[in-house]
Design a protein around this ligand. Structure first.
Ligand code: TNX
Length: 564
């Protein structure tokens, strides 16, 4: 079973014998950027196979992988590629280095899963075969995102690297970092040092703080760029700002710094719109957006805008005008959660991120259409299918007794549900060209380790990646069974990578190739299994009790304001 996720636009298995990667194989490159893409592929493949896999120029032999960037290779599609494999070798062609890179991600998935391993201990029983195949592929949407909330819990640079590695496999090309919230400010802003002094010292449940220095952030941007992934930084404004308000008294209407916050309520904090604070607030907005833009090569700044439930409507509109003006002055395009559509003065090209449901709340459609009425576009992240912090249906308590995940959207979310929706069918009246793309957020109120994030993200993120990349198919006409079979192949790759995931029901998961226990079984087992050793290179999931902070009662919904 071959299993490329997301499904290519066109894929056919050939009749000829397989290509076999061997100690003789070379990566033969032509065109701008091809050598760098070859090196990224070879670096991992060398580790797994133990072969030299030199990157060279010249004529390719039947034992080689040829990587070509040249005009017309993928009909001009900016991220498209073609792949041919068989007894005469492998050849991937693309118009751009990005397209070539996505082609190598398909090749990764056509190889045995052991290609992901961090040691060369095992040669697969049939060797390093790639079936004879012919692929012609290009993405449906230009923006294919994952979001990581590093504000509720902080995740170090190495964690972000490992998430980037595995979202690249799924041809996702954006990582949106939710850098600030009530519980923490995670990005260094030199002109406002206390943002990452006081403001970064906290997290949900008192699990400790942290932040990225400018140098850390640049390393993330570079690591992402090697994988053709753009970083979208988010500073959430004007609500979700308790961390900033606790760091600087002058940002508060009362002129008194807020207490740091480690709970999970939303909607209680706001920047101050009043004229007495205008100087400080506008200087804050200008400095933060300027410094963020300077360290971000990508075209977007995300300004949040969601759940500003304690900001009056007039103040909200005033603050949105001021923050979007500041961001636009940096030359970047603005992204905001769909609430930002309440403003009729958005800068040209502002992108709305929809987070209501597959059946939209009426207000959400109106707010979302406002972006396109003002010449912008929309990203879809419907919470009931694309929020990866929702619990799983077949594990409604969450692993180990309800500590991981939330269910406020429409209850827990199954892989089937994550797969069975169509972005063009949500908000009536949007043309395909007005949909910039799709994004899968992971919010981390209940998730404090990368293993926990992985467990919630995989395999559901594969469904979102396929919706983002593969040709349009009405929700009803997606090939559910074929997708689930391909998810099983992905599972074998995740096993080899050491990425945690939930073995959701309905997927014909492969046997673990080892007598040892899969980490994923440990996660869903009883409490007694928690400390059981696993074969996993990543080690045991290590789930611990993730405290919910001060409010240990019912989980919040998106519209619940914290008690005063
Ligand atoms: C809603 S929807 C939020 C986040 C929470 C998340 C938890 C939206 C833009 N914001 O503040 O972390 O729910 O699932």
């Amino acid at each position: 079973m071959t299993g490329i996720i997301p499904a290519p636009a066109e894929f056919a298995l050939g009749e000829t014998p397989a290509f076999v990667l061997s100690g003789e194989s070379r990566l033969v490159v032509t065109g701008e950027g091809a050598a760098a893409v070859a090196e990224t592929f070879a670096a991992q493949a060398r580790v797994a196979t133990g072969y030299a896999l030199p990157v060279v120029e010249g004529a390719a032999a039947a034992s080689d992988i040829e990587l070509v960037v040249a005009e017309g290779e993928a009909d001009g599609a900016p991220e498209g590629y073609t792949l041919e494999s068989g007894e005469r070798g492998v050849r991937i062609g693309a118009d751009t280095a990005a397209g070539l890179f996505w082609g190598t991600q398909s090749l990764r998935q056509l190889l045995p899963a052991e290609i992901e391993r961090a040691d060369a201990a095992r040669v697969p029983s049939d060797g390093w075969g790639v079936p004879a195949a012919s692929v012609t592929d290009a993405p449906r949407f230009a923006y294919r995102g994952a979001m990581l909330d590093v504000a509720r819990h902080f995740f170090p640079v190495e964690d972000v690297f490992s998430y980037l590695d595995v979202i690249a496999l799924l041809k996702l090309n954006v990582l949106h970092l939710h850098l600030t919230d009530d519980q923490g400010w995670r990005i260094e802003i030199e002109s406002w040092p206390e943002l990452t002094g006081i403001g970064a010292s906290t997290s949900v449940g008192g699990d400790g703080g942290g932040f990225y220095t400018k140098d850390d952030y640049r390393r993330i941007v570079e690591y992402a760029a090697e994988r053709f992934i753009t970083i979208v930084p988010e500073v959430d404004l004007p609500g979700h700002t308790n961390a900033a308000l606790s760091a600087y008294a002058e940002l508060n209407c009362e002129g008194i710094a807020r207490k740091p916050y480690e709970g999970v309520e939303v909607g209680f904090s706001s920047l101050c719109a009043s004229p007495e604070r205008a100087e400080a607030t506008d200087r804050f907005l200008a400095d933060v957006t300027r410094e963020l833009a300077e360290m971000t090569p990508g075209p977007w700044l995300h300004l949040g805008g969601d759940e500003s439930l304690s900001t009056s409507h007039d103040d909200y509109l005033d603050l949105v005008r001021r923050m979007t003006t500041a961001a636009a002055a940096t030359g970047k395009a603005v992204i905001g959660w769909h609430e930002l559509g309440a403003s009729t003065e958005l800068p040209p090209g502002t992108v709305g991120q929809y987070w209501s449901y597959v059946e939209p709340e009426p207000e959400a459609s109106v707010l979302t259409r406002s972006f396109v009425e003002q010449g912008g576009t929309v990203i879809f992240s419907p919470a009931d299918v694309a929020y990866l912090d929702m619990k799983y249906v077949d594990d409604p308590q969450g692993p180990l007794g309800g500590e991981l995940g939330v269910d406020w959207a429409k209850g827990p979310t199954d892989l089937d549900e994550a797969y069975a929706w169509e972005p063009a069918d949500i908000v009536p009246g949007l043309a395909e060209a007005q949909i910039l793309g799709v994004e899968a957020p992971v919010w981390t109120e209940t998730l404090s380790t990368m293993s926990e994030v992985e467990f919630m993200a995989f395999p559901r993120i594969a469904a979102i990646a396929e919706i983002a990349w593969s040709p349009a198919a009405g929700a009803g006409s997606r090939d559910h069974d074929a997708f689930f079979a391909r998810v099983a192949v992905l599972g074998a790759h995740l096993d080899a990578l050491g990425v945690h995931y939930h073995r959701v029901r309905g997927v014909p998961w492969h046997e673990c190739s080892d007598a040892r226990t899969a980490a994923t079984e440990v996660t869903t087992g009883s409490h007694a299994d928690r400390s059981a050793p696993t074969w996993h290179p990543a080690g045991p999931l290590g789930i611990r009790q993730t405290a919910r902070g001060q409010d240990d009662g019912d989980w919040f919904g998106p519209n619940i304001v914290a008690p005063a």
